[in-house]
Ligand binder design. Sequence first.
Ligand SMILES: *[C@@H]1O[C@H](CO)[C@@H](O)[C@H](O)[C@H]1NC(C)=O
Ligand SMILES: *[C@@H]1O[C@H](CO)[C@@H](O)[C@H](O)[C@H]1NC(C)=O
Ligand SMILES: *[C@@H]1O[C@H](CO)[C@@H](O)[C@H](O)[C@H]1NC(C)=O
Ligand SMILES: *[C@@H]1O[C@H](CO)[C@@H](O)[C@H](O)[C@H]1NC(C)=O
Ligand SMILES: *[C@@H]1O[C@H](CO)[C@@H](O)[C@H](O)[C@H]1NC(C)=O
Ligand SMILES: *[C@@H]1O[C@H](CO)[C@@H](O)[C@H](O)[C@H]1NC(C)=O
Ligand SMILES: *[C@@H]1O[C@H](CO)[C@@H](O)[C@H](O)[C@H]1NC(C)=O
Ligand SMILES: *[C@@H]1O[C@H](CO)[C@@H](O)[C@H](O)[C@H]1NC(C)=O
Ligand SMILES: *[C@@H]1O[C@H](CO)[C@@H](O)[C@H](O)[C@H]1NC(C)=O
Length: 456
Amino acid sequence: MATRRIPRPAAVAVALCAAALLAACAGASRAGCRKHVAKITEYGAVGDGKTLNTAAFAKAVADLSERARDGGAALVVPPGKWLTGPFNLTSHFTLYLDEGAEILASQDMKDWPLIAPLPSYGRGRDEPGPRYSNFIAGSNLTDVIITGKNGTINGQGQVWWDKYRAKELQFTRGYLLELLYSDSIIISNVTFVDSPSWNLHPTYCTNVTISGVTILAPVHSPNTDGIDPDSSSHVKIEDCYIVSGDDCIAVKSGWDEYGIKFNMPSQHIVIKRLTCISPTSAMIALGSEMSGGIRDVRAEDSVAINTESAVRVKSGVGRGGFVKDIFVRGLSLHTMKWVFWMTGNYGQHPDNSSDPNAMPQVTSINYRDVFAENVTMAGRMEGIPNDPYTGICISNVTAQLAPDAKKLQWNCTNVKGVTSDVTPKPCPELGAEGMPCAFPEEELIIGPHKLPKCTY
Ligand SMILES: *[C@@H]1O[C@H](CO)[C@@H](O)[C@H](O)[C@H]1NC(C)=O
Ligand SMILES: *[C@@H]1O[C@H](CO)[C@@H](O)[C@H](O)[C@H]1NC(C)=O
Ligand SMILES: *[C@@H]1O[C@H](CO)[C@@H](O)[C@H](O)[C@H]1NC(C)=O
Ligand SMILES: *[C@@H]1O[C@H](CO)[C@@H](O)[C@H](O)[C@H]1NC(C)=O
Ligand SMILES: *[C@@H]1O[C@H](CO)[C@@H](O)[C@H](O)[C@H]1NC(C)=O
Ligand SMILES: *[C@@H]1O[C@H](CO)[C@@H](O)[C@H](O)[C@H]1NC(C)=O
Ligand SMILES: *[C@@H]1O[C@H](CO)[C@@H](O)[C@H](O)[C@H]1NC(C)=O
Ligand SMILES: *[C@@H]1O[C@H](CO)[C@@H](O)[C@H](O)[C@H]1NC(C)=O
Ligand SMILES: *[C@@H]1O[C@H](CO)[C@@H](O)[C@H](O)[C@H]1NC(C)=O
C-alpha cells in the first residue's frame, strides 16, 4: 500500500526550493519563479517556421544552466513558429511557451541523432537496437517546469507515422518529451500535438505533476499514447484533455527480462479529471510493459468518449512483475466497445529471451461508481491460464447497452473476484458480494500544494 505522507503546508510551499540549493531559493524573485529570464530570440532564433533553431535552443539551455545555482532560469518562447531539432532541458529551469508560441519538431531525420535504448526495455520499442532522440529530453534533472499560456509543442509526426507504417524505419521513433531519472517536474498549461510516437514519457522519475495539459493526435496515428509514466513514482495527472491514436494514459514499468532486471515499479500515481477520446485504445492502460511492477494507481472523476475501453490491464507470460492495488472510481463513459477489459495474452516481446516462467501477478483491482452508455460489451476479462487475475472488485456500475450490443455481455476466463450492484449481470467468475469496492481515504500528496504561478 501507499506510504503515508503527512501534508506539511510550509514544506509543500517550498517544495521546489527543497530540491534546489538554498542560495537558489534566496535569490528567486517569487516562490517557484526564476530569477533569470531570457527569450529564445536572444540566442538568434527566428520564429518563421522555416529557420532551423536547433543551435539556438542548445545554446540557450547551456547558457541558462549556468544560472541554476543562482535562482534558476526561464527560457521564454514568444509567439511564432520555432522549428528545431531535438534539444535537452536542464535543472532549475522553466520552458515557458507564450500564447501563440509553437515549437515545431524538425521533420528531417538527420536532425534526430541516435541515443541508447532504455535499460528497462533493452532495445527500442519499435525496432531492436538504439532509437532516435526524443524531441525534448532531460536526464538526472531536478526542478523542471514546462508551462506558459497554452503554447504548443508540435511533433509534426506525420512523416514518422508514414515511414513507420511503410516499415521504412530502421530505428524506434522518438517520444515528444522524455525525462529520465528526474524529480520535481511540473508540466502545466501547454498543448502537445502530433507526436511521432508516445507524447509524455516520464521514466525513472519522482514527483511529477502534469496539469491542464492538452494532447492531440489523429485517432488513427500509430502509438501516440498521451502520457506514459514509466518506472516512476508520485505522478499526478490532473485536468488533462487527451485525444490520441493509442492509450490516453498508459502506466508502464519496463519490458520482459529487461524490466524484471531493472526492477523499478511505477507507483503512487493519481489521475483526476481526465477527458479521453481514443477509439482504438484505452482511457487508462496498465501495461502492457509492467515487468518492474505497477502498484497504487488511483483514478477518479474522469470521462471517456468514443473510447475502446476504460481502465485496462494488459500483460502476458514472460512479463513477470505485478499490477496491484489499483483503485478506480467515478467514471462517465460514452460509446465504449468494452467498459472493462483485461488481457492476459498481450504478446509483444523484445526478443526470444523472455522467460516463459515469468508470470505477472495481477491482483486487487477495484472499480466503482461507473456509468457507461452506448456500450457494445460490458466486460471482456481474460486472465492468464494457471495464473489468474484475482481480487477484482466491481461495484455500483451501470452499463447501458448500444443498439448493436453483444448478446454475451461478460466473457470471463482466468479471473476471480466479486461484484455488487452491477448491470448487466456479471459472469459467475465475478461472484456477488454486496460491498462497495475499496478506494483509499487518505489523499496522496504529490508535488507542490499549489502550482507556482509565474509569468515571464
Ligand atoms: C541529451 O542528453 C543525452 C544524455 O542525457 C544525450 O545522449 C543526447 O545526445 C542529448 N541530446 C541533445 C539533442 O543534446
Ligand atoms: C543519471 O542517473 C542514473 C541513475 O542514478 C545513472 O545511472 C546515470 O549514469 C546518470 N546519468 C547521467 C548522464 O548523469
Ligand atoms: C489550449 O489549446 C488547445 C489547442 O489549441 C485547445 O484545444 C485547448 O482548449 C486550450 N486550452 C485552454 C485551457 O485554453
Ligand atoms: C527469434 O526466433 C525466431 C524463430 O526461432 C528467429 O527467426 C528470430 O531470428 C529470433 N529473433 C532473435 C532476435 O533472436
Ligand atoms: C454510484 O455511481 C454513481 C456514478 O455513476 C454515483 O453518482 C453514485 O453516487 C454512486 N452510488 C453510490 C451509492 O455510491
Ligand atoms: C453508439 O455507438 C455506436 C458504435 O457502437 C456509434 O456508431 C453511435 O454513433 C453511438 N451513438 C451515440 C448516440 O453516440
Ligand atoms: C470468450 O473469451 C475466450 C478467450 O478468453 C474466447 O476464446 C471466446 O471465443 C470468447 N467467447 C465469446 C462468445 O466471445
Ligand atoms: C516530493 O515532493 C514532496 C512534497 O512536495 C517532498 O516532500 C519530497 O521531498 C519530494 N521528493 C523528491 C524526491 O523530490
Ligand atoms: C495553469 O493554469 C491554472 C488555471 O489558470 C493555474 O491555476 C495554474 O497555476 C497554471 N499553472 C502554472 C504552472 O502556472
